[in-house]
Design a binder for this molecule. Structure first.
Ligand code: AKB
Length: 317
């Protein structure tokens, strides 16, 4: 990996991944791809090149690949699960027609491609505890449908054309840098903002609903380590289960109350998000990622909570 294009560089994952890649590849070009209306700002804009890169525009992507001699594409353009339920056709267009454009460019120009999948690729008939790497994937949300199709198309381009596609199934990602928008797991980010601001938190997910979650530094490390892994060790490609912690709203509340004993939370369950959450795994088995490319997370709920609070205090207060 020398020169990289990040499509969706101003989103929740992209804004941090682009900066990490720039630190990781100081002599290469890490291009921040964005769409009109979501331009990079601040250090993201100042620390390296940026280009308009609509994921559905193969000609535009191809021109960027040529201009910067791109060898790896991180394709992060996506609508999250709750928004995708409201705009299913747009979700399909971005996630699948966009992916096809990326894969075609990669096939023609010899790029490796990372397009994340998610815990959303599983559904109600999936085993929910210790969800295996290879198991039933029959999601009922449009987000999930696009994620399963993403995994299959990415594997198809690897087996048929030799395109070096690799990816992970991200859990809900938690970060103090950028808020997610329209996901089912967003509550686990928003709860920290409320605690640090001294506000009551209204939780849209019911007590007892467990989902896999992960602190962003682990997620970014996984995305980079997988693309640099020795391909001869990879039995799987699209996509690897990766896990670090699983909790329900009561557990994260209890962890925050160790630092903010007066923090208040009440429930107002959102039926759309709750139905999606009920269909997702409680906890995934990530042993294949551990065996095939040495995946190992650093953060658990307690250490993540400490770090989130330190950083949100500096950001918000
Ligand atoms: C969402 O909630 O939609 C995402 C995801 C788990 O893929 N954070």
């Amino acid at each position: 990996m020398k020169n990289v294009l990040v499509i969706g560089s101003t989103g929740q994952i992209g804004s941090e991944l682009t900066m990490n890649l720039r630190r990781h590849l100081p002599t290469g070009a890490v291009v921040a791809g964005y769409v009109s209306g979501a331009e990079p700002k601040g250090v993201l804009a100042e620390s390296g090149p940026s280009e308009i890169a609509d994921v559905r525009d193969a000609a535009c992507l191809g021109a960027i690949v040529d201009k910067y001699k791109i060898d790896t594409i991180y394709n992060l353009a996506a609508l999250l699960s709750a928004v995708a339920e409201k705009k299913p056709l747009l979700a399909w267009d971005i996630q699948i027609n966009g992916l096809l454009a990326v894969l075609e460019v990669a096939r023609e120009k010899g790029c490796a491609v990372f397009t994340p999948s998610s815990i959303g690729s599983f559904g109600p008939s999936t085993p929910h505890v210790g969800t295996p790497q290879d198991t039933i994937q029959r999601p009922r949300s449009m987000y999930g449908v696009t994620k399963v199709a993403t995994e299959l198309l990415s594997d198809y381009y690897f087996h048929k054309y030799g395109v070096d596609t690799r990816s992970v199934r991200f859990p809900g990602l938690i970060s103090y840098v950028q808020l997610p928008g329209g996901g089912t797991t967003d509550y686990a980010v928003e709860i920290y903002y409320a605690a640090v601001k001294g506000e009551e938190f209204v939780c849209p997910i019911a007590a007892g609903t467990f989902m896999d979650m992960m602190y962003m530094p682990d997620a970014l490390k996984g995305a980079i380590d997988l693309m640099e892994a020795d391909p001869s060790r990879l039995v799987h490609r699209n996509s690897f289960n990766i896990a670090s912690m699983s909790f329900d709203p009561e557990m994260i509340l209890a962890e925050i109350r160790k630092r903010y004993p007066d923090f208040r939370m009440r429930y107002e369950v959102d039926p759309v998000r709750q139905a999606i959450a009920n269909s997702w795994p409680d906890s995934m088995d990530d042993s294949c990622a551990r065996e095939e490319w040495d995946w190992k997370p650093s953060y658990d709920l307690s250490s993540m909570t400490d770090d989130m609070i330190i950083n949100l205090k500096a950001k918000l207060l």
